[in-house]
Design a protein around this ligand. Structure first.
Ligand SMILES: Nc1ncnc2c1ncn2[C@@H]1O[C@H](COP(=O)(O)OP(=O)(O)OP(=O)(O)O)[C@@H](O)[C@H]1O
Length: 335
C-alpha cells in the first residue's frame, strides 16, 4: 500500500511544518496532486532523499520560503517524470549496471560528470572515491534518476533506465543517504516503511547486520520506542545505522551508500563491512573507509575517472587513490 504510506508521510510532514489543520489540508492536496500525476513516489522520495531540505523547512516553520523550496524541488521531480510513456517495470532485477559515455551538467554550462564508462557485474562492490565536490553523489543521483544524464546512457540488466518505470527502478535500488531521515513513530515503523510486506523478524535481522540491534534493545520499549520530535533523539551514528538497517531490510538488488560510515566508530563499521561482504547485491559505496573491500575502485577527479582498480593495485600505483588512502590512514591513527 505505498499510496497510504505516501499520504501518511505527507500529512505527517506538512503537519510538522504548518500545524495540524494546514498540514492535513496541504498533505491531502499534495497527495491528490501526486495521485493525478501518477507519481506516488514523489512525496516519499522528496521526504526520504531530501531530508535536509524538508527539515530545513520544518525548522523555519511556516515560512513562505519553505514552500518555495518544496515547489522548486517538485519542479525537479516533474522534469524527471517525463519518462518514456512506454516504460516498463523491471522484473527479476539481477543488479548489472552499466554507464555508457555519461555526461551530466546541473546548469547546462559546466560539466559535473564527463564521459563516464563502466560496467558492474551483479553482486560486485564499486567504491567511488575522490576529494569533496568531484561528482560522487551526482553519479548516484543519475542512477536513481533524481536527474537524467545530459548525454549518454545508463543501463540496469541491459535495459536503459529511462525505459524502466520510475517506481520500479526505485524499488530495485535502496539508498543510504548522507543524512538519514527519521520520522516520528516507533523504531520498528521507521525501518519497516522501506518494505511494508516485511516481517518484524526481518527488520530485527537487518538491525543486527547494521549493528544497531543492541542499542535499540537498551530502551525499555525496544523496537516500540518512539523516535523523532515526540520521542527519543538518536545520535548521528545511531541514525546512520537505522538508515543502513532500512536499506538491508528493503533487500533491493542495488544498494547505494553515500558516506554511510562517517559517524560510526570502528567496531560498528567493521560489523557493517562484514554484513556487506555477505550481501548478494550490487553495491556502490561512496566512502574511502570501505573502499579496500571493493571489487573495483573508481577515482573521480573533476567529474572524470582518473584511476580504476582494486585497493592493492591502486596503492601500488602511487597516484591519487594512494594519496587519499595515505591521508585517510594518517588521520585515523592521529585520532
Ligand atoms: N543540486 C545542485 N545544483 C547545482 N550544482 C550542484 C548540485 N549538487 C551538487 N552540485 C555541484 O556539483 C559538483 C559535484 O557535487 P557532488 O555532491 O556530486 O560531489 P561529491 O564528490 O559527492 O562531494 P562530497 O564528497 O563533498 O559530497 C559540485 O561542484 C557541487 O557544487
Amino acid at each position: 500500500m505505498p499510496a497510504v504510506t505516501d499520504l501518511a508521510l505527507a500529512v505527517d510532514y506538512f503537519s510538522t511544518a504548518f500545524g495540524p489543520y494546514m498540514g492535513v489540508m496541504i498533505g491531502y492536496t499534495a497527495f491528490i496532486y501526486c495521485y493525478i500525476r501518477k507519481s506516488f513516489p514523489l512525496i516519499a522520495l522528496t521526504i526520504s532523499e531530501n531530508h535536509a531540505a524538508i527539515n530545513a523547512i520544518v525548522r523555519q516553520r511556516n515560512t513562505i520560503h519553505g514552500w518555495a523550496d518544496v515547489l522548486q524541488y517538485g519542479q525537479v521531480k516533474r522534469e524527471i517524470e517525463q519518462y518514456d510513456p512506454m516504460a516498463k517495470p523491471l522484473s527479476d532485477c539481477k543488479g548489472k549496471v552499466e554507464f555508457r559515455s555519461v555526461r551530466f551538467s546541473y546548469d547546462k554550462k559546466t560539466n559535473t560528470l564527463e564521459d563516464l564508462n563502466f560496467d558492474v557485474e551483479p553482486g560486485a562492490t564499486i567504491a567511488v572515491v575522490g576529494l569533496s565536490g568531484q561528482g560522487k553523489s551526482s553519479l548516484l543521483k543519475l542512477l536513481t534518476r533524481i536527474y537524467n544524464p545530459s548525454s549518454g546512457n545508463i543501463y540496469i540488466d541491459d535495459i536503459e533506465i529511462q525505459s524502466i518505470t520510475l517506481e520500479s527502478l526505485r524499488q530495485n535500488i535502496c539508498i543510504v543517504p548522507q543524512t538519514v531521515n527519521m520520522f516520528d513513530g516507533s523504531i520498528m515503523s521507521n525501518i519497516k516503511y522501506a518494505r511494508e510486506s516485511g516481517s518484524d523478524e526481518e527488520a530485527m535481522d537487518a538491525c543486527k547486520a547494521a549493528g544497531i540491534h543492541d542499542d535499540i534493545m537498551k530502551n525499555s520499549k525496544g523496537y516500540g520506542t518512539i523516535v523523532g520530535k515526540k520521542g527519543i533523539k538518536l545520535s548521528g551514528g545511531q541514525e546512520q545505522r537505522i538508515g543502513i538497517a532500512r536499506a538491508f531490510f528493503k533487500n533491493a538488488k542495488i544498494l547505494l551508500m553515500d558516506e554511510p560510515t562517517s559517524a560510526l566508530d570502528l567496531v560498528t563499521e567493521n560489523i557493517i563491512r562484514d554484513s556487506l561482504k555477505t550481501a548478494k547485491v550490487t553495491k556502490f559505496i561512496v566512502t574511502l573507509t570501505m573502499a579496500r573491500d571493493a571489487t573495483r575502485i573508481l577515482v573521480l577527479q573533476d567529474g572524470k575517472f582518473v584511476e580504476s582498480g582494486t585497493h592493492d593495485e591502486l596503492v601500488k600505483k602511487q597516484g591519487m587513490y594512494n594519496s587519499l588512502w595515505s591521508a585517510h590512514t594518517a588521520s585515523q591513527s592521529s585520532t
